[in-house]
Design a protein around this ligand. Structure first.
Ligand code: SME
Length: 161
């Protein structure tokens, strides 16, 4: 595919409509995990005005920081801790409209107000990492984000064989 994203102006649904096929193509044609995650974090961050967009990968029983776009972040998150660790433990997408109302939220940046975390799964359905997105706005994420981000990360499954 072209080494450039084409995203026209529009609302969130319009942007995802253009982004999803391009993002899927970007990672489906790649066989290196880090290369795919690095480009995907850039594609997402370049499309939306988010504070932090990136990945944590399960390594030796803990989530370890992977490719991301945004300010520096915590490098390790235990299972069940914070929004990322909860998404891993519960194996489901978590939408947090107000991070201060989430028990155990890990504040990597004091600017973060809301967050969505989407699990990455291998073919067996086990969680092997998470996509974490933070916004400076309250309630920035909803089911539209969940549906499209889940669609995008499902294209990564072949990289976890
Ligand atoms: N807030 C996350 C930690 C990761 S940073 O936001 C990048 C959490 O509670 O798991």
């Amino acid at each position: 595919m072209a080494e450039e994203l084409k995203i026209a102006a529009g609302d969130k649904e319009d942007k995802y409509h253009e982004l999803v096929p391009q993002a899927r193509a970007l990672v489906e044609s790649e066989d290196d995990l880090i290369a795919a995650l690095a480009n995907l974090s850039a594609a997402l961050a370049g499309t939306f005005n988010w504070l932090w967009t990136g990945f944590y990968l399960v390594k030796n029983g803990v989530l370890v920081l992977g490719p991301f776009q945004g300010p520096i972040a915590c490098t390790r998150i235990p299972r069940g801790k914070g929004v990322c660790g909860a998404s891993w433990a519960e194996n489901r997408t978590l939408i947090v409209p107000d991070v201060e109302a989430f028990p155990g939220h890990i504040a990597c940046s004091s600017l973060s107000r809301s967050e969505i975390v989407v699990p990455l799964r291998n073919r067996a359905g086990e969680v092997v990492g998470v996509l974490d997105v933070d916004s400076e706005a309250l309630a920035a994420f909803d089911e539209v984000d969940a549906r499209h981000l889940e669609d995008i990360v499902s294209a990564l499954t072949h990289l976890f064989d």
